[in-house]
Design a protein around this ligand. Structure first.
Ligand SMILES: *[C@@H]1O[C@H](CO)[C@@H](O)[C@H](O)[C@H]1NC(C)=O
Length: 419
């Protein structure tokens, strides 16, 4: 017998309402989660016969995990290894449970999770709130509870729940319902929702509600391997529609999508923009790159500890655009620790030939400590010296480039070097 959907929905609504009185509290992601996700770089390549190294199968995730350990990514904080769409069999098993494609994941997902855990890593997985995933695999609609339990039984650590093939107006019930079921498994599972990416166009999005349910959420188009894509995302975050930056904080993060650093589409300057801005925006950092083939320069950017420190700052404040110095020459700020400090990005979105200069008086940034600030360029760690509120800092941002620096107040008891 098929229960009428409306009836189920009402029952769930009541349950979920009770749940929503409390906010999401699974103790996860006090700082933005970091890891690797296959989607942007590897897509729905299921051709393991002729492309065994790059197809969506256990081999890709194992070789990536090995690299995350051996090449320093894990120790820098990148711990999630996340499987995106196309991992499943086209059919559920005889008990209607999800199953991995037996040929591409011969050991199954539980075994792969163990593989990650033995290496100090965590396993992420993908499903969809609708009847089918975006790639046409079985969706979780009508199976939310049992699928949550399946993931917990497999010792999965993260779920990305997409929104293809579903009704947008059911998401405000459906996503919290899955959150409830994940909670009821008793296993802490990072919950990544694609919900506002589907509701966001045109309508007002209730980010407060989303933050009560999800640890992170996509709110814009998929990233693709190009500067236009990355800069488009940055502009969406600059606009900050419905003030989504305000709900970010420990446990809850806006997700501008994966890092494409080390892939094909970005110049060195553009890669620095993505890394620097994902740090300023307190974004989850999920690399999507072939870690066996990445070049040393891109790797060093992903591992840059000063940039990562801005992203991982414990205040967890999402940086926002403060002002434009000229068209497509924007200044962004993010408060960081120690108290009174600021990370500042100057982004030149212009592709025309020459570097552009921004002159910034510290006071304009809200930096008013009369004793001044130690200012440090972030990518290279160059100390720029002591600046007081009325002093002017002149910085240059290359075409489709970024200048990133921190200002740390002196005389706050923080450890500083006065130059
Ligand atoms: C479930 O929710 C409760 C109440 O918010 C919370 O205390 C608990 O840690 C959550 N458990 C898991 C496994 O997420």
């Amino acid at each position: 017998m098929k229960l009428p959907y409306k009836f189920i929905e009402i029952v769930l609504l009541l349950t979920v309402f009770a749940f929503l009185v409390n906010s999401l509290d699974n103790g996860l992601v006090p700082t933005p989660p970091m890891g690797w996700m296959d989607w942007e770089r590897f897509r729905c390549n299921i051709n393991c016969d002729t492309d065994p190294d790059n197809c969506i199968g256990e081999r890709l995730f194992m070789r990536t995990a090995d690299r995350m350990v051996s090449d320093g990514y894990r120790d820098a904080g990148y711990v999630y290894v996340s499987i995106d769409d196309c991992w499943m069999s086209k059919e559920r098993d005889s008990q209607l449970r999800l199953q991995a494609d037996p040929k591409r994941f011969p050991h199954g997902i539980k075994w792969l999770a163990d593989y990650m855990h033995q290496r100090g890593l965590k396993l992420g997985i993908y499903e969809d709130f609708g009847t089918k995933t975006c790639g046409g695999y079985p969706g979780s609609e009508f199976f939310l509870m049992s699928d949550a339990q399946t993931f917990a039984d497999w010792d999965v650590d993260m779920l990305k729940l997409d929104g293809c093939n579903s009704h947008v107006d059911q998401m405000s019930v459906g996503y919290p319902t899955m959150g409830l079921f994940l909670n009821k498994t008793g296993r802490p599972i990072l919950y990544s929702c694609s919900w506002p990416a589907y509701t966001g166009s045109g309508k007002k999005t209730d980010y407060k509600l989303i933050a009560k349910t999800c640890n992170m959420w996509r709110n814009y188009k998929d990233v693709e391997d190009s500067w236009d894509s990355v800069y488009g995302i940055i502009q969406f975050y600059a606009e900050d529609r419905d003030h989504f930056s305000s709900v970010a904080g420990p446990g809850n993060w806006n997700d501008p999508d994966q890092l494409i650093i080390g892939d094909y589409g970005l110049s060195w300057n553009q890669q620095k923009v993505q890394m620097g801005m994902w740090a300023i925006m307190a974004s989850p950092l999920f690399m999507s790159v072939d870690l066996d083939k990445i070049d040393a320069q891109s790797r060093s950017l992903l591992l840059n500890r000063r940039v990562l420190a801005i992203n991982q700052d414990k205040l967890g404040i999402q940086g926002t655009k403060l002002m434009s110095k000229a068209a497509a020459l924007d200044v962004w700020t993010k408060p960081i620790l120690p108290k009174g400090s600021l990370a500042v990005a100057v982004v030149n979105g212009n592709n025309k030939g020459v570097p552009r200069t921004a002159v910034i008086q510290l006071k304009e940034l809200g930096l008013t400590n009369p004793s001044g600030y130690n200012v440090t360029e972030t990518f290279d760690g160059t100390a720029l010296g002591l600046f007081r509120p009325l002093d002017k800092l002149t910085v240059e941002a290359n075409p489709s480039g970024i200048y990133l620096f921190t200002a740390v107040p002196i005389n706050t008891g923080a450890k500083t070097i006065i130059v």
